[in-house]
Design a protein around this ligand. Structure first.
Ligand code: ADP
Ligand code: MG
Length: 576
C-alpha cells in the first residue's frame, strides 16, 4: 500500500539496526541454525533503537520547511485573489454582508442562537460598552430524530420552543409584559418594534448568503438530513416558527462562526482598531477577514451598506489548494483523503483541523505497527518496560478503526513532560487499549503526534500570514506599530499546547512578515465567540434597519444612550 515509504523505512531499519557491527559489541551474533521452537531473542535493545530510527523517519515526512511555507503563502494570496474575482474557485471568498467590525464600545442587549452540530445554544448577551459583556446561556442536545426529520418545520419549531423557554426562564419580566401587551393591542404589529429582541443566528452549515439575515441552505452536513430544508432561507424558517409562538424576537442576522469570532475578538481586544481575521481551528478550519470592497470584483446580489468601504469575507479556506500545488502530501494524507466522504476537497482542512489530525496520526501509527521489524506497542519491549508487564494492543483497540484516534490525545502527548511519559502511557491505555506501553513506545507516539500537529500549525500560519499581507496593515503607515488582532476559536487552538506559539514561530520566517511583523500579530482566543459575535452582527443589522449607515450607527451607539433591556422595559412601562 505504501510501498515507496516502506522500502525506504526498511532500508533505514536494516542499516541502522540489523547491522552486525552495530549490535555485535552488546549482543551475541544471531544463530545461523535457529532452534525448532521460538526462543526469546536478545532483541529488545536493537529493536528499540530501530523504533527510534523509524520514528525519526516518520517525523521527517511531516516536515514543512520555511521555503515550503513561503511558497504556500504566495499561492494562498493567489487563490484568495481568484476567489474575489469569480465563483467556483478553490477559496470561495463568500461575501457576508457584514461591513464593519466593532471596537468594544458597543452596548445593548441581544439574543443569539447557535446551531452547529450536536447542540443548540440559546443566549442573551449584554454588551457593556467597555469591551466586556455578560452572557446568559442554555444548551440543549438536538434530538436525533429531529436531525433527520421529514420536514424543516419540525426542527425549527423545536428551536423556536427553546427560544421561548429561554425567554421565560431568563427574561421573564420582559416576556410577560410583552404577552400582556399583545393581548391588549388589537393588531399584533401594533406595538413598538424596539421592544423586540434582535437575534443573531449562528448556523454552521453551508449557506448561500444573500443578505444580512437571509441565506439558503446549500446542503446539510454533520449527520443532519432534512431534504425539505435544502434551498430554503434558514432565517425565514426560524422566524416563521418564532412568530407562531408570538415571541418578541426578530431574526436579525445570519452568522457564520468565523465571522462571529472576528466580531467577538474585535469587541473584546483592547486598542482602537478592530480585528482583521477570525479563524476557527476546531472540528474544521475556516477564516473570515475584513476586505476592501474595491477588491471584491465578483457581483454582489444582496443589499449592503457600502459606507465603510469594507466587507467581511468568509474565505472557506478549508478547501485551499484542493489542486495540491503547495500542500504537503504524505502517503497518510493520500490514504485519509481516499477513504473520506469527500475525496479531493477540503484538502487544507484535512491537514489542519481537529477532525483529521488524529486520523493522520492513526494511519502513520498503523504503518509503524505493521512493520514486523519494529517493536512498537509490542512484547519485545517489555524488558525495558518498567511496568513489568507485557506490552500489547487489544484487538478491539480503536487504533484499528477509521477515526479511532481523537485529536485530543495529541494534546495529552504534547503536554506530558514527565520523565517517564507516565500521563501519556496511562492515556494510551485508557483511550486506545494499548496495555503497558513502554517508555520508548510513548516517546515514538509523542514524536509522531507532535510532528503532525506542528505541520498543522505551520499550515495555519500560511493562511494567517496571507490574510495579514492581503490587508496591507503591515506596511500601512497609518497603522504603523499598532497590533494586528486576530481572533481564534476551536478546541485545537485552545487546547493543543503551544499551538499559537508554533504559528507565531512560523510567521517570523515568512517574507513580508518577519520578526517585526510577527511581533505585531496578536492572536487571541475569542471566548464565547459564537454568542457575542452573533449579538454584534445583530447589532449591525439593527443599524441597517434604521437606514443609518453602519459607520454612523456605530458612531451613534458610542455617543448616545443605548437601547438596553432596562430602557426597553421602561418604554414598556411607559406605554401601559
Ligand atoms: P466545533 O468545531 O464543533 O465547534 P470544537 O471547537 O470543540 O467543536 O472542536 C472539536 C474538535 O477538536 C474535534 O475534532 C476534537 O477531536 C478536537 N479536540 C477536542 N479536544 C481537543 C484537545 N484537547 N486538543 C486538541 N484537539 C481537540
Ligand atoms: Mg465551534
Amino acid at each position: 500500500m505504501f510501498s515507496p515509504q516502506l522500502s525506504s523505512f526498511s532500508s533505514f531499519f536494516l542499516s541502522a539496526t540489523y547491522s552486525p557491527v552495530a549490535s555485535a559489541d552488546r549482543h551475541p551474533p544471531i544463530c545461523e541454525n535457529p532452534p525448532p521452537f521460538p526462543t526469546s531473542a536478545p532483541v529488545s535493545r536493537p529493536l528499540a533503537m530501530s523504533l527510534e530510527a523509524e520514528t525519526k523517519s516518520f517525523v521527517s515526512k511531516f516536515e514543512y520547511s520555511d521555503e515550503d511555507v513561503n511558497k504556500a503563502v504566495k499561492e494562498f494570496l493567489r487563490q484568495m485573489g481568484e476567489g474575489l474575482e469569480k465563483d467556483g474557485t478553490s477559496l470561495s471568498q463568500i461575501p457576508t454582508y457584514v461591513t464593519a467590525v466593532p471596537n468594544g464600545t458597543e452596548k445593548g442587549l441581544y439574543m443569539a442562537v447557535d446551531l452547529g452540530g450536536t447542540n443548540f445554544r440559546v443566549c442573551s448577551i449584554q454588551l457593556n460598552g467597555d469591551t466586556t459583556f455578560n452572557l446568559t446561556y442554555t444548551k440543549v442536545a438536538i434530538p436525533k430524530d429531529l436531525m433527520v426529520a421529514k420536514t424543516a418545520k419540525e426542527l425549527f419549531a423545536f428551536l423556536a420552543k427553546q427560544v421561548e423557554l429561554f425567554l421565560v426562564t431568563h427574561h421573564g419580566d420582559h416576556f410577560e409584559r410583552h404577552v400582556r401587551r399583545r393581548l391588549t393591542v388589537s393588531s399584533p404589529d401594533g406595538f413598538k418594534d424596539e421592544n423586540v429582541f434582535r437575534l443573531g443566528f449562528t448556523f454552521s452549515f453551508p449557506v448561500q448568503q444573500v443578505g444580512i439575515n437571509k441565506g439558503t441552505l446549500i446542503r446539510w452536513t454533520k449527520g443532519f438530513d432534512i431534504p425539505d430544508a435544502v434551498g430554503k432561507d434558514v432565517c425565514a424558517l426560524l422566524q416563521t416558527e418564532i412568530d407562531k409562538l408570538h415571541l418578541p424576537v426578530k431574526v436579525a442576522a445570519l452568522v457564520n462562526d468565523t465571522v462571529g469570532t472576528l466580531m467577538a475578538r474585535s469587541y473584546t481586544s483592547p486598542g482602537k482598531t478592530g480585528a482583521v481575521l477570525g479563524a476557527i481551528f476546531g472540528t474544521g478550519t475556516n477564516g473570515a477577514y475584513v476586505e476592501k470592497l474595491s477588491n471584491l470584483k465578483k457581483p454582489l446580489t444582496g443589499e449592503y451598506d457600502n459606507s465603510t468601504g469594507d466587507m467581511v469575507i468568509n474565505t472557506e479556506w478549508g478547501s485551499f489548494d484542493n489542486q495540491l500545488n503547495v500542500l504537503p502530501n504524505t502517503s497518510w494524507d493520500i490514504e485519509l483523503d481516499k477513504t473520506s466522504v469527500n475525496p479531493g476537497i477540503q484538502m487544507y482542512e484535512k491537514r489542519v483541523s481537529g477532525m483529521f489530525l488524529g486520523e493522520i496520526l492513526r494511519l502513520a501509527i498503523l504503518d509503524l505497527l505493521k512493520n514486523p521489524k519494529v517493536a512498537f506497542f509490542k512484547d519485545e519491549n517489555s524488558s525495558s518496560n518498567d511496568w513489568k508487564s507485557t506490552t500489547h494492543i487489544a484487538p478491539n483497540s480503536s487504533i484499528y478503526e477509521q477515526w479511532g484516534i481523537d485529536t485530543a490525545i495529541m494534546s495529552v502527548a504534547a503536554a506530558d513532560n514527565t520523565p517517564e511519559l507516565s500521563i501519556l502511557r496511562q492515556e494510551l491505555e485508557s483511550t486506545l487499549n494499548v496495555y503497558s506501553p513502554a517508555h520508548d513506545d510513548a516517546q515514538a507516539f509523542k514524536a509522531i503526534a507532535g510532528a503532525v500537529a506542528r505541520r498543522a500549525a505551520r499550515l495555519a500560519a500560511v493562511a494567517i500570514a496571507a490574510i495579514v499581507l492581503q490587508t496591507g496593515k503591515l506596511t500601512d503607515p497609518e497603522s504603523k506599530d499598532e497590533p494586528i488582532d486576530i481572533g481564534v476559536d476551536g478546541s485545537l487552538v485552545e487546547h493543543y499546547p503551544y499551538f499559537r506559539d508554533m504559528i507565531t514561530e512560523t510567521l517570523r520566517v515568512i517574507d513580508g512578515v518577519g520578526e517585526e511583523g510577527a511581533k505585531r500579530i496578536r492572536i487571541g482566543v475569542a471566548k464565547d465567540g459564537s454568542g457575542v459575535g452573533a449579538a454584534l452582527i445583530a447589532l449591525v443589522a439593527a443599524g441597517m434597519e434604521k437606514n443609518t449607515s453602519t459607520a454612523d450607527y456605530f458612531r451613534e451607539l458610542r455617543s448616545s444612550a443605548p437601547v438596553t433591556l432596562t430602557s426597553v422595559m421602561e418604554d414598556d412601562a411607559a406605554d401601559e
